[in-house]
Design a protein around this ligand. Sequence first.
Ligand code: ADP
Length: 477
Amino acid sequence: MRVIHLSVECFPVAKVGGLADVVGALPKYQRKFGIDAAVVMPWYKKPFMEEHEFELIFEGSFFQGSEKLGYSVFKEKNTVLEFPLYFIHIPGKLDREEVYGYPDEAEQWFAFQHAFLDWQRQQEEEPLPDVVHCHDHHVGLIPFLLKEGDDFKKLADVKTVFTVHNGQYQGWVNWNKAILLPAFDTWRWGMLDWDGVINPLAAAIKATDCFTTVSEGYLQELYAEANGLQDLFYQERAKGYGIVNGIDVAFWNPETDKHIPFSYNVKDVNEQKLRNKRTFCAQFGLPADRPLLSFIGRFALEKGADFLAATIESLLEQHSGGLTVFILGSGDTLIQSQLAALAERYKGRIAVFFGYNEALAHEVYAASDMLLMPSRVEPCGLNQLYAMKYGTIPIVRAVGGLKDTVMDVRNYGYGFLFENLDVASITEAIERAITYFKDRNDWQAIRRKAMALDYSWDKSAQKYLNLYNQLLKSYDA
Ligand code: ADP
């Protein structure tokens, strides 16, 4: 079975968030199950391109409106990610330093999708994929174009799976840009439309053979609230599945992690984690003899990051000397300036690092005692999974994937959950955690439980395989 994953992020080539981690890991685990899985992504101006070798395998061109765009397809030569990795290079449209944030986003992702389909319809070296597995709205037009694109009739039998990693972002495009799309049966325009604009996420949910979300809890939530698409998700629920993300233990394993000073496993976690904490705290001017609570992530409303400053302030006021805090993240500038002011005011008790730093994130997971995730929306959440693998206890809002993956100590679990998003509820959960932390035996027991959990990709990769099989079988019949 040949499966092509289509995504605009893939770790370690280009990562902004969890999407990259999933696309960089899932195909590797799928190949263990005998699936011929590969990834196709845009060619960016990223260090990965300088550091690796590529072979040119195809060249073509197409019209985007009146502009003729040439493209090249490159394959990474040495299979360094353990799966075939293809890049679509479109000078001026895709070869950029960042993944997101450009004013011509519609042209950017239309071009990527158009080039992929154009390449697939013409290339003869490799068999056509049985399944094209699309990830998030940037490639949301593929299921529609495969079926309805005038030039892609040859591909009409290819099955599609669409995974919703984040339903908040939908890729809305004004209809006046429809001229930039590949030609399609215009009487089918309604498939692309939602509320008077081209909505690539809505188009994907309508046209795909089946869709998945990255946790069962999030799937259920989307039926009730999906940034305007809840009725659509509900209507299409017969083809919806929740499959929780796994973690790539090749990168996220405290026993082998090259980014952390002292490696450890469940047996020596107490001593070794303390050594990591001491080194880390010394680096950031924090005392190492208090519980260390951390946050890693985007400063966005989705992540509840607007609650960080008020919650931390309230905790630091109440616990004179009883808690230290570390924040790693970037995003909303107002949130960032609130946190900077807090770090200035409570020097030696809270430290912050603004920016994206992969290595530092690993150190934070290894050094911290607790990780806070006060998310408004959390499709799956990977941070809590990494935290648990590193013996760091998650304190999370009971929402989406967090609810599915973290069990509260009240139910003999290994984490602390809170329902409401307000300072009182968040601090109450943190207080409960601090109480546990003070009892060495209790803390060690939940830490061991968290570390013993199996969040590897194997189980979920098997579920995707079942889904593909089901799709291909129903087609044969
Ligand atoms: P998102 O909604 O941002 O995709 P996820 O929990 O699914 O959230 O994934 C977040 C990923 O991004 C994790 O691998 C996390 O460690 C990483 N991450 C987020 N912010 C930063 C940062 N500032 N520096 C390093 N890694 C980060």
